[in-house]
Design a protein around this ligand. Structure first.
Ligand SMILES: Cc1cc2nc3c(=O)[nH]c(=O)nc-3n(C[C@H](O)[C@H](O)[C@H](O)COP(=O)(O)OP(=O)(O)OC[C@H]3O[C@@H](n4cnc5c(N)ncnc54)[C@H](O)[C@@H]3O)c2cc1C
Length: 437
């Protein structure tokens, strides 16, 4: 008998604030019943539960998580809420897909903005856009493709050379960059915990309650260690880790990526930089390059290194390796700040599909999912969860068409073929982007 894997990160999320502990929800103990069970309390699960509960206040909805919202990838990410797709492609079909994708991302942002305002969620929301930068002059082609795409989509941007980037970022490491205004920066842990704490009254949340198995049927049984939930319907918001819960989902693979945060810069250290307010930067090669942020409280975030994590597990040794890697990268980008230490490194799971399409919809009668975030899920998983609730309830929403426009994720082979394919693909990307760090 196969039981589900749950994420295990042997490290601590650096976004959590010591003076603001997230609400502790109980463990499910004893058997119970519900109309819907949502497994996972990241952006997909929480947005799904909110929409379902708002449309159907008579339904009894239970959200269960193997850990809690504050430990999900939704709390562990770099905090970029992107409003534009990273890659577009050149055919008319790809452009149409990119336009649908943009509509979805923008709707995700709008929804998050509405809820945080209505509920007064303090998540350091900053509408500051982002930089997309290259180090190696040979990556020029990638940046040119990006600006061509922005032109086709009528999106505003401006190009910055090395000197202009220095004035914004305090580093001469980058050769060229594109600034786009369509991105928000947040503290992701404050955002997702705030969203999870403000769900409608017909939603009950249980934490530290891993779902080990789902026995499908007219009345499905959701098996957890100390209690079983009988339910008509289940939504799997488990990111990539749903293989054992619904074996039909052989379309997504779990990978992990790492982020580190430095100590806040002292006034003296800040003298070594131009006058800067907070900013965010994504690299032209997301696998090899580093995502960077300079935060409101004068710390740097470095996100780099992607590794397979098919069971969602990352060890202390892997975390330590990432810390050393991130410190080296930081010292290379900011040689003038060699005395600034990293104070925390953490990891999180992302779900990757072969063709970049999501895994979204009804997997089999009564079992729904919104997966396949492909590494960018704050706005995407928010809207994917919301639309899935509309779809499940039969509510008309024109954006469901946009969601379907993104296509279906291709089939992935099982291990060990999958492991070899992932290793080769990572090797190729690291080689192509070897000069980006
Ligand atoms: C370091 C890092 C940086 C990133 N940066 C960005 C960024 O800047 N912008 C962006 O848009 N995206 C970013 N991402 C990706 C983004 O975090 C994810 O796409 C997003 O969080 C996925 O949301 P989700 O709700 O699908 O899954 P998750 O947030 O992973 O939530 C899934 C939940 O399911 C629970 N679960 C899993 N299995 C079980 C089970 N069997 N029983 C019960 N519960 C279970 C988990 O405990 C977890 O809480 C980043 C990811 C990482 C790791």
């Amino acid at each position: 008998m196969k039981y589900a894997s749950v994420p295990l990160n042997q490290n601590q999320n650096g976004w959590l604030k010591d003076d603001r502990l997230p609400t502790a929800y109980p463990v499910l103990i004893g058997d119970t019943e519900a109309d819907w069970v949502v497994v996972g309390s990241g952006f997909a699960g929480i947005s799904f539960a909110r929409r379902l509960a708002t449309h159907a206040p008579h339904l009894k909805i239970i959200v269960v998580d193997a850990a809690c919202a504050a430990e999900s990838s939704s709390a562990r990410n770099s905090g970029f809420i992107i409003g534009l797709p990273h890659n577009i492609g050149s055919s008319t079909a790809e452009l149409k897909k990119a336009q649908s994708y943009r509509d979805l991302l923008q709707a995700g942002i709008a929804q998050l903005a509405t809820v945080i305002e209505q509920q007064g969620i303090d998540c350091e929301w900053e509408n500051v856009g982002k930089y997309h930068c290259q180090v190696d002059t040979r990556s020029e082609r990638v940046l040119k493709e990006y600006t061509d795409n922005l032109d086709v989509m009528n999106e505003p941007y401006h190009v910055l050379d090395q000197d202009a980037l220095y004035q914004k970022l305090g580093s001469r490491f980058y050769h060229k960059g594109i600034y786009t205004p369509s991105a928000i920066l947040v503290n992701p842990a404050s955002l997702i915990t705030g969203l999870a704490e403000h769900l409608p009254n017909n939603v009950s949340v249980y934490n530290h309650t891993p779902v080990m198995q789902i026995r499908p049927g007219k009345v499905a049984q959701v098996i957890t260690p100390y209690g079983t939930i009988k339910t008509a319907k289940v939504m799997l918001a488990t990111n990539a880790l749903s293989r054992e819960l619904a074996p039909v989902t052989s379309q997504q693979a779990a990978m992990a990526t790492f982020a580190s945060i430095t100590a806040p810069l002292s006034a003296e250290q800040r003298q070594k930089l131009p006058e800067m307010s907070s900013w965010g930067l994504t690299p032209v090669n997301a696998i090899a390059g580093a995502t960077l942020r300079y935060t409101q409280d004068h710390r740097f975030l470095i996100r780099q290194h992607v590794t397979p994590a098919l069971n969602g597990r990352i060890t202390a040794a892997q975390t330590y390796h990432a810390t050393r890697l991130h410190q080296r990268i930081f010292n290379k980008i900011y040689p003038q700040l060699k005395d600034v230490p990293i104070t925390r490194t953490w990891s999180g799971t992302i779900s990757v599909t072969r063709n970049g399409a999501p895994v979204w919809g009804e997997l089999k009668p009564g079992i729904y999912t919104a997966g396949g975030c492909n590494g960018a899920g704050v706005s995407k998983q928010t809207i994917a969860g919301t639309l899935l609730a509309d779809y499940a309830l039969g509510h008309d929403n024109p954006l469901i068409g946009a969601m379907l426009e993104l296509g279906k994720a291709n089939y992935l082979p099982p291990s060990p073929v999958l492991d070899v394919a992932i290793a080769l693909s990572l090797m190729k990307e690291r080689y192509l982007g070897r000069k980006e760090i």
